[in-house]
Design a protein around this ligand. Structure first.
Ligand SMILES: [Zn+2]
Length: 475
C-alpha cells in the first residue's frame, strides 16, 4: 500500500488514485531565464523518480510539467541579452534538456506545455472568475479576490487569512482591494511583450499558468501536484483558490513538496548567490552520481550540498557497479560444485531486499531506505561470490539478484549505472586469444614466452591469475 505525505492534510495517508490503475500528476516546472542550479534539479529528479516508481507499481502515469516562459525575470533577461522573450525561452529550454538528460529524466510520454502557448486558456479561466465574482478588473489588471473565496484560503500553507492580512504590507499605490489579492492578469507596460485580452493588452500572472495548464491536460480534479516546498505559499495556495473557484473541481488531491538543497546550512538560491549550476556540477561528476546524491536523502529532508557528499555518492555508485561487474565475470567461470546453503541464503537475502525496497518506497517514497535495502543485498551477493563456485542453481539466483538490483537502481531510481565488462567484446576476445597462445607456451614449458605475455598484458592493465585448471583475467 502506497502512502504519501500530503501537505494539504499535514500527514501521511494512503494513496488512492481517482481512476484505478491511473495517476495524473502535475509538477511546477522551471522559469526558463537561466541555467538550472542543483536546487532546481532536486524536484526534477525526485518527481521523475515518483513517476518511475508509480509505473513500477503498475500505474499508468500521466505526467505534466510546465515551462514558465513569461514573467518578470524572463523579460528582464530578454532586455539584458537584447533578444526576444521567445529567444530567451528557446535558449534556456534547450539548456534545460541538455542538462537534465544527463541525470536521466524520463521524457517518454511526458507533457511539457509552455505558458505562452496557453494564454487563451488562461484568459478563459480569468473570465470565468470575474463572472463568478471571484475576480475584478482595475486599470487593465485583473485580481483574484481572496475575501470572496475566503474560508479555505491558507488551507495548504496552514495559515489563516487574518494572520496573512496583518503580515502583508499595504502599499498606498496599490490598486488592489485587499493586500492578499493577487494578479491574474497584468496590464502591459512599455516595452513588455503582451497579448490581447478583454481587459486590454497584457500578460498573465504566474499562478494562473499552472491552473490553466493542469486543467487543460488533467482536468479540474487530478491526483498529485508537486513542487518545491518554497512554492507552497503563495504559488500553490493561489493555484488552489483560483482553480477551485473557476472549475468547481477539487483541483489536486495529494500535494507533494520536496525540501531544499542547502549549502553550509543555508538554502541554495539564486537570490542568495550560493548556488551551483547543474551543468557546473556535471563537469566534475557524472549525471548518475548527481542523481544518486539527490535520491540518497528522503525527499522532504534538506540535503547538504558539498563535495564530500558528492564523493560519497560517487563511491556508492561505484560499489554497485563493481559488484554487478563481478557478477558478469563470475558468470564466465565454468560450472563447478556449488554450495546449496549459500545459494539458499542468497535467495533469502534477495526476497528480503525486494520486500524492503518496496516497503520503503511505499512509505512516502523513502528512496534513502530503499537504497539501503539494495546495499544489504549487494553485501550478501559479494559474500556469495567470494565463497562459492557456481552451479546451475547458484547461477540462477545470482542472476536474479543482479537483475533485481539493476531494475531497482536503473529503472526505478533512474540511476543510469553502467554494467558492462570494462572492455568491449573485441578486446575481450583478443585477450582470450592471447591467453590461449600463452597456454600453449606453458604446455610446451616455454616459461620465457609465458612470462613475457603475462608481463606485457600486465603493463597494459590486464591482470592474469593462473588458477588450478583455468587462467582468468581482469582489468
Ligand atoms: Zn505552478
Amino acid at each position: 500500500m502506497l502512502r504519501i505525505f500530503n501537505t494539504l492534510k499535514g500527514k501521511v495517508e494512503e494513496f488512492k488514485p481517482l481512476k484505478e490503475g491511473e495517476v495524473s500528476m502535475y509538477v511546477c516546472g522551471p522559469t526558463v531565464y537561466n541555467y538550472i542550479h542543483i536546487g532546481n534539479a532536486r524536484p526534477a529528479i525526485f518527481f521523475d523518480t515518483v513517476r518511475r516508481y508509480l509505473e513500477y507499481r503498475g500505474y499508468n502515469v500521466k505526467y505534466v510539467q510546465n515551462f514558465t516562459d513569461v514573467d518578470d525575470k524572463m523579460i528582464k533577461r530578454a532586455n539584458e541579452e537584447g533578444i526576444t522573450l521567445k529567444e530567451v525561452a528557446d535558449k534556456y529550454i534547450a539548456a534545460y534538456f541538455e542538462d537534465t538528460a544527463k541525470v536521466n529524466l524520463k521524457e517518454d510520454g511526458m507533457l511539457r506545455p509552455k505558458a505562452t502557448e496557453h494564454i487563451g486558456e488562461m484568459i478563459k479561466l480569468i473570465k470565468t472568475l470575474i463572472e463568478k465574482d471571484f475576480a475584478y478588473e482595475v486599470q487593465g489588471d485583473v485580481y483574484f479576490s481572496v475575501k470572496n473565496y475566503n474560508e479555505k484560503y491558507g488551507e495548504l500553507s496552514k495559515q489563516n487569512t487574518e494572520d496573512l492580512q496583518s503580515g502583508s504590507r499595504v502599499d498606498v499605490n496599490d490598486i488592489k482591494r485587499s493586500p492578499l489579492d493577487f494578479a491574474l492578469w497584468k496590464a502591459a507596460k512599455e516595452g513588455e511583450p503582451s497579448w490581447g485580452s478583454p481587459w486590454g493588452k497584457g500578460r498573465p500572472g504566474w499562478h494562473i499558468e499552472c491552473s490553466a495548464m493542469s486543467n487543460k491536460y488533467l482536468g479540474p480534479t487530478f491526483d498529485i501536484h508537486g513542487g518545491g516546498q518554497d512554492l507552497i505559499f503563495p504559488h500553490h495556495e493561489n493555484e488552489i483558490a483560483q482553480s477551485k473557484c473557476a472549475t468547481g473541481g477539487d483541483f489536486a488531491r495529494y500535494w507533494i513538496h520536496n525540501g531544499y538543497i542547502n549549502v553550509k546550512g543555508e538554502k541554495m538560491s539564486k537570490s542568495l548567490g550560493n548556488f551551483f549550476l547543474l551543468r557546473e556540477v556535471l563537469e566534475k561528476y557524472e549525471g548518475k552520481v548527481v542523481r544518486f546524491f539527490v535520491l540518497s536523502s528522503h525527499y522532504r529532508k534538506p540535503i547538504d550540498f558539498s563535495e564530500d557528499e558528492l564523493n560519497q555518492a560517487k563511491a556508492a555508485v561505484e560499489r554497485i557497479e563493481n559488484s554487478l561487474m563481478r557478477v558478469l565475470e563470475k558468470m564466465d567461470e565454468r560450472d563447478s560444485i556449488g554450495d546449496h546453503l549459500a545459494v539458499e541464503s542468497l535467495a533469502k537475502a534477495l526476497e528480503e531486499s525486494k520486500t524492503k525496497f518496496v516497503a520503503a518506497m511505499d512509505e512516502d517514497f523513502n528512496t534513502s531506505q530503499g537504497i539501503g535495502s539494495i546495499f544489504e543485498l549487494i553485501k550478501e551477493m559479494n559474500k556469495f561470490m567470494d565463497g562459492t563456485s557456481l552451479d546451475a542453481e547458484g547461477r540462477e539466483v545470482l542472476t536474479a539478484a543482479s537483475d533485481f538490483i539493476k531494475e531497482a537502481i536503473i529503472e526505478v531510481l533512474g540511476v543510469d549505472i553502467k554494467v558492462e565488462k570494462k572492455v568491449g567484446n573485441m578486446t575481450s576476445e583478443l585477450v582470450d586469444f592471447i591467453l590461449e597462445i600463452r597456454q600453449n607456451a606453458r604446455v610446451e614449458r616455454n616459461w620465457a614466452l609465458s612470462d613475457k605475455i603475462r608481463d606485457r598484458l600486465g603493463d597494459m592493465g590486464v591482470k592474469i591469475k593462473d588458477g588450478k585448471d583455468k587462467t582468468t583475467w581482469s582489468i
